[in-house]
Design a binder for this molecule. Structure first.
Ligand code: 5GP
Ligand code: MN
Length: 328
């Protein structure tokens, strides 16, 4: 889909629902709120509905409280009757968890804007390009290339948060001169890099850092020394009083060890196991996640497994990763 087609869809419709993936990150939330702003500037009716609550460190982005938490009784009718559903930062409908059926069965036009690999073909309007650093960067291009809305301070803030977090604070591979030029425009709108970083990464509750302490003590290396993994249990959450969303980012510590190529975090959920994968530049952990029914990016991917035991799945995944590493 090109941007003109997307602009046409916006011009020809009046009612929009925006959503993103489970456990939203700043790319998901920032992209939603930037898109909502551009639609509101065009006089559209907009609902932003998410399966998960917004993590507390990202609440400052939603300063007009636009985001509603999904409630089937309240939102299924809206999802059914809206003109367009905009799905951001995901390309598989299962990433909306319990909203999946309502979205799938809705007769609304579905527009997917995303930068992950392995898209499911669930809509005729897919803008999925994994060369982009973030979904926020795609929306930046959409706005600046079509002039559909004013790139105001709010949109600049949302897109800066999206891009900063998805590039690992401007260090991952897709951090190009071109991306920095786009970010320069966002700064010219008044965004403060210090402030955004501080709000997202430096105002956690003490309980989050206590949990990090527990998690770090579980760090182990695989036989080859090329895989480092940590484990978080529900018991640790209870003991520290930390939240599930606090775990975001912990997996990166696995990669900060000499010789390690793959980092993994095994996170015991109430009803299953979430596994996060991270890798050094040349190792495609999206292939690893895909083997276990997940997905993501070349260097950052994940999966959620239900009805499995941690003690069974952990050795199996580590073994599969060791096999993959023989090629790299
Ligand atoms: P994280 O480990 O930070 O939750 O996720 C890292 C990346 O993997 C994200 O870009 C996310 O889109 C992807 N990812 C995480 N969990 C899943 C999952 O269960 N399914 C799919 N398809 N992708 C996932
Ligand atoms: Mn993203």
């Amino acid at each position: 889909m090109d941007f003109n087609t997307l602009k046409k869809i916006i011009n020809e419709n009046s009612d929009f629902v925006i959503t993103c993936h489970v456990n939203p990150d700043a790319d998901a939330i920032g992209s939603e709120l930037a898109f909502a702003d551009l639609l509101l500037q065009n006089g559209k009716n907009v609902k932003v509905v998410n399966y998960s609550s917004t993590p507390y460190n990202l609440e400052f982005l939603d300063n007009s409280s636009l985001i509603e938490k999904y409630d089937a009784g309240k939102h299924d009718e809206i999802i059914k009757n809206t003109g367009v559903i905009i799905l951001l930062d995901l390309n598989q409908l299962s990433r909306t968890v319990k909203m999946e059926n309502a979205v799938r069965n809705s007769e609304a036009l579905k527009v997917c804007i995303d930068h992950h690999t392995g898209p499911e073909n669930f809509s005729e309007f897919m803008f999925v390009d994994n060369k982009y650093s973030s979904t926020g960067e795609i929306i930046f291009d959409f706005i600046t290339q079509t002039g559909i809305a004013e790139l105001n301070y709010n949109i600049a803030l949302q897109l800066y948060a999206a891009i900063m977090t998805d590039t690992g604070s401007f260090r991952f591979e897709r951090t190009t001169p071109g991306l920095h030029r786009k970010v320069a425009l966002l700064l010219e709108k008044g965004v403060s890099p210090y402030d955004v970083y501080d709000k997202i990464y430096a105002q956690f509750y003490l309980s989050r850092n206590k949990l990090l302490g527990h998690a770090l003590t579980t760090l182990e290396l695989s036989e080859s020394g090329k895989i480092a993994y940590m484990t978080i249990t529900q018991k640790m959450l209870k003991e520290t009083g930390a939240l599930e969303s606090d775990v975001d980012g912990f997996v990166n510590y696995c990669l900060e060890i000499k010789g390690v190529k793959i980092g993994m975090l095994f996170f015991e959920l109430r009803d299953g196991v979430k596994v996060s994968f991270r890798s050094k530049l040349d190792v495609p952990v999206n292939l690893l996640a895909e083997k276990f029914n997940g997905g993501g990016h070349f260097n950052a991917s994940g999966t959620r497994l239900y009805n499995v035991k941690m003690t069974d799945i952990k050795p199996e995944i580590i073994h599969t990763a060791e096999e993959l590493l023989k090629k790299y």
